[in-house]
Design a protein around this ligand. Structure first.
Ligand code: G1P
Length: 287
């Protein structure tokens, strides 16, 4: 099996749930404390050993491209603290890691976004990371998935237990044996009504695929919302190849929703060395 080097970040989505904040700012640039969501996702990918970071961008997403450039000027009279911060910022993307930007010219869905990376992915396996899903874990969830991929030599999808009443927010999976952390998929359904959810395992935005997903996505027809759905591509693939779901360890925040986003800011704020204790006292007084 070829080494995993490539990861796709679909970042062309409009972010309409966060209007007006996302009118001119990409939703992936919304900060959790002081770091944009997309940077958390990129750091997780780098920790897992990915070298080619492929961003599928679209209208009003220029800030993401700018963010990963090393353009901060060195000022001559900055103090040590500021100089350290400037250095850190110029090292977000270390040597040996490349950022590649591809436009998704039309908003035709997640599956379509991933397909735009086909010429760059070539015949290699690849990962997909959705930055709205912020996952706090040690090691990072992509690193956990890479380990599973190397062992299984098959596609792996991150899942977590979700309240079945929330199934309409997720791709929901099924398996003949739901008793372990790693289960073989028997079915996947995009955002079913709770009564049609096959289990309580919902897909979270981290995936590793063998290269053949690209050819299945090419065969995928327009599905829900007149979009090419990743879930429909996975469903086609399932007829030919084994796919596994991995119940990762870590806490996931749905930063595509306002509540999840605020929860992430509170939890990351409480962990902050500079002002975490002050924030804790403030919240205690408040409630
Ligand atoms: C996408 C996928 C869905 C998955 C979810 C995870 O949906 O289509 O299968 O469960 O990401 O966040 P979205 O949230 O982009 O509508």
């Amino acid at each position: 099996m070829q080494q995993l080097r490539k990861i796709i970040f679909p970042v062309a989505g409009l972010g309409s749930r966060f209007l007006p904040a996302t009118k001119a700012t990409p939703k992936e640039m919304l900060p959790i404390v002081d770091k944009p969501l997309i940077q958390y996702a990129v750091e997780e990918a780098i920790e897992a050993g990915f070298k080619d970071l492929i961003f599928i961008t679209g209208k009003s997403k220029r800030a993401i491209t700018d963010h990963f450039d090393s353009t901060l000027e060195r000022f001559s009279n900055v103090d040590d603290k500021k100089a350290k911060l400037l250095d850190e910022m110029n090292q977000i993307v270390p040597k040996g890691v490349s950022c590649i930007y591809i436009r998704q010219g039309e908003p035709l869905g997640l599956g379509h976004a991933i397909l735009q990376a086909k010429p760059v992915v070539g015949n290699e396996p690849f990962a997909v990371s959705l930055a709205d899903d912020l996952i706090d874990s040690e090691p990072g969830v992509l690193k956990q998935l890479v380990e599973q991929f190397n062992e299984q030599q098959s596609s792996i999808i991150a899942v977590q237990k979700v309240d079945q009443s929330e199934s309409k927010k997720y791709g929901m999976i099924d398996s003949n044996n739901l008793d372990s952390d790693l289960v073989k998929l028997s079915n996947i359904i995009e955002k079913p009504d709770p009564e049609f959810a096959p289990s309580d395992l919902g897909v979270v935005g981290r995936y590793i695929f063998t290269n053949s997903l690209m050819s299945f996505l090419e065969k995928t027809t327009f599905g829900a919302g007149h979009e090419i759905q990743l879930t429909d591509g996975i469903k086609l693939m399932l007829k030919q190849e084994s796919i596994y779901a991995f119940l990762f360890s870590g806490k996931r925040y749905d930063c595509g929703s306002k509540l999840g986003y605020l929860m992430a800011n509170i939890d990351y704020g409480l962990k902050n060395k500079e002002f975490g204790d002050e924030l804790r006292n403030y919240i205690k007084d408040l409630v």
